[in-house]
Write a protein that binds this ligand. Structure first.
Ligand SMILES: O=C(O)CCC(=O)C(=O)O
Ligand SMILES: [Fe+2]
Length: 518
């Protein structure tokens, strides 16, 4: 399970499918040969039989013919029976039986549906375009069929996401209409009986939920393909309760937690879409420059520093890791990747969550010189001490993968060792680029950073006073196209006394208002 949360899992599913294709193809080929033989035999019996039928008397007075008829019915037909049975047996095709193939679970299917609607809502995608395989104007995949859209609609219905159910069912009906009008000169290639049943049942449920428009649209389609059904349709039909008083209300709930309904979340989505930018005033003070960092060697090899924000301090160091080292890191991480969890309430287990959809692995810095080098570079770039770092966290987001806005510091001191202190700073090494989406967004600071191979995004999560800086809320925007890889380094506060001393006054008050969700 958990195939949907990253690209590495999905590759296994492709392998499964490849195996099944080969298997079925070879079965079909085998059976086709047997069927052709059978076909030939049947034709010759047919011929013989029609000779006999044409002139029964003449045929049956010939002893050879009599013998052959006897033999056919005594022996041949039973042999044929056996051969037909054999063909049926050769055709048994059991997908789940053995071979240790990987299959997605119900949770995976739901995760993939959720990912699709997440992308649709975050990037304001037009459903008709998505169904046509077009993402933000770029055509990637093949079209979804009307059945695909219908199934997705049904899936969303089961997940109680009624608003999106409606959108996808309507798209499905649009496609069905176009599909059947394009094919109308030939035999009508509409839905089969089973699908019509499903459509009918869905229409009923929508009716009960108070979505009369979509229910009507769906019913019209069903009738178009099978007008006889109208006989069974009387209101108050067995089981179907009349819509209740509050059915209007029942339509509205969207399958989502309350955070995604806030202004703050809507603003975050805007930042992901690149619709918000820092004010010119904010931007004027920012520079791209060469920095000598905190080590004499950096006089010779200065860092390429890009400032995103001065207070709180958020910067990018460009070109900190070569493509070759990145490949090594990713290869080390792949066998250890597990579904990412989010911090639990104290006392409970770490939880998988739709809040964070990715896979990650933890790697020991000491286990490879590349990682030792990464910490050294960070020390030279920031002047911080790296005695207290968590292990390197390599994470991979598949399509639709994301990490909703959060803070990296722990609000509960039980969540970090007192002798190390809280997560003072975060450094994200970008281990891939992303074709579309997948930026690291800072909704309160009005900017998003696009992953660039080998760059490091660095910021302080804490004020100098070591109070939490609530302005540093950030997120991994959903990946629209591509696969996103990052390496997270968290540097803790103890041992930084001289690297980042506090000011004379506590400096935390500016960020307090950002603690409240709006
Ligand atoms: O994926 C990103 O860009 C952000 C990741 C992040 O914030 C985290 O892992 O804590
Ligand atoms: Fe984070």
């Amino acid at each position: 399970s958990d195939y949907f949360s990253s690209i590495t899992g999905l590759e296994q599913l492709l392998n499964t499918e490849e195996y099944l294709i080969k298997e079925l193809r070879s079965k079909l080929n085998g059976v086709r040969t047997s069927l052709q033989q059978l076909e030939g035999e049947l034709s010759s019996i047919e011929q013989e039989h029609s000779l006999a039928a044409a002139d029964t008397e003449n045929y049956l007075t010939n002893p050879v013919n009599v013998y052959r008829l006897m033999k056919r019915l005594h022996t041949d037909w039973f042999l044929t029976e056996g051969r037909v049975q054999q063909i049926a047996e050769d055709l048994t095709f059991n997908t789940t039986k053995d071979y240790g193939l990987s299959f997605p679970s119900q949770e995976d299917v739901e995760g993939a549906a959720l990912a699709l609607v997440r992308l649709q809502s975050t990037y304001k995608l037009d459903v008709a375009q998505v169904a046509a395989g077009i993402l933000n104007g770029v055509k990637y995949g093949s079209d979804m069929s009307w059945q695909d859209c219908f199934e997705l609609g049904q899936q969303l219905f089961e997940m109680e996401d009624y608003n999106n159910t409606r959108i996808w069912l309507r798209e499905s009906m649009d496609r069905l209409r176009r599909h059947s009008s394009a094919a109308h000169s030939h035999a009508p290639s509409g839905p089969d009986t089973e699908t019509l049943n499903k459509m009918e049942a869905t229409a009923k449920s929508l009716f009960q939920l108070g979505d009369f428009d979509t229910a009507y649209e769906l019913s019209q389609r069903v009738l178009q393909f099978d007008p006889k059904r109208i006989r069974n349709w009387h209101l108050g039909d067995k089981g179907a309760a009349p819509p209740s008083e509050d059915s209007e209300v029942a339509l509205l709930p969207k399958h989502s937690d309350s955070y995604s309904l806030t202004h703050e979340f809507a603003h975050y989505e805007k930042v992901c879409r690149g619709e918000v930018n820092p004010s010119p005033k904010q931007e004027r003070s920012l520079r791209c420059r060469l920095s000598q960092g905190y080590h004499p060697y950096r006089l010779l090899a200065p860092l390429k520093l890009e400032e995103h924000s001065l207070d709180p301090y958020v910067v990018t160091f460009h070109d900190m890791l070569s493509p070759q080292k990145i490949t090594e890191l990713r290869e080390m991480a792949v066998p250890r990747m597990r579904r990412s969890t989010v911090n639990p309430l104290p006392g409970s287990q770490n939880k998988k969550s739709s809040f964070r959809v990715s896979k990650n692995a933890w790697l020991e810095y000491e286990s490879h010189e590349t990682m030792v080098g990464m910490l050294r570079d960070l020390r030279e770039a920031t002047g911080l001490d790296t005695t207290f770092c968590e292990q390197l966290q390599v994470a991979n987001y598949g399509v639709g993968g994301h990490y909703e806005p959060h803070w990296d510091f722990f609000r509960d001191p039980d969540h970090y060792p007192a002798e190390e202190g809280n997560r003072m700073a975060t450094a994200i090494f970008y281990l891939s680029e992303v074709e579309q989406g997948g930026a690291t967004a800072f909704p309160f600071l009005d900017f998003a950073v696009k992953p660039q191979l080998g760059n490091v995004l660095f910021w302080y999560n804490l004020h100098r006073s070591l109070d939490m800086d609530y302005r540093t809320k950030h997120a991994g925007c959903p990946v629209l196209k591509g696969s996103k890889w990052i390496g997270n380094v968290w540097i803790h506060e103890v041992t930084q006394t001289f690297a980042r001393p506090c000011d004379v006054f506590r400096d935390h008050e500016v960020s307090l208002e950002y603690e409240i969700i709006k």
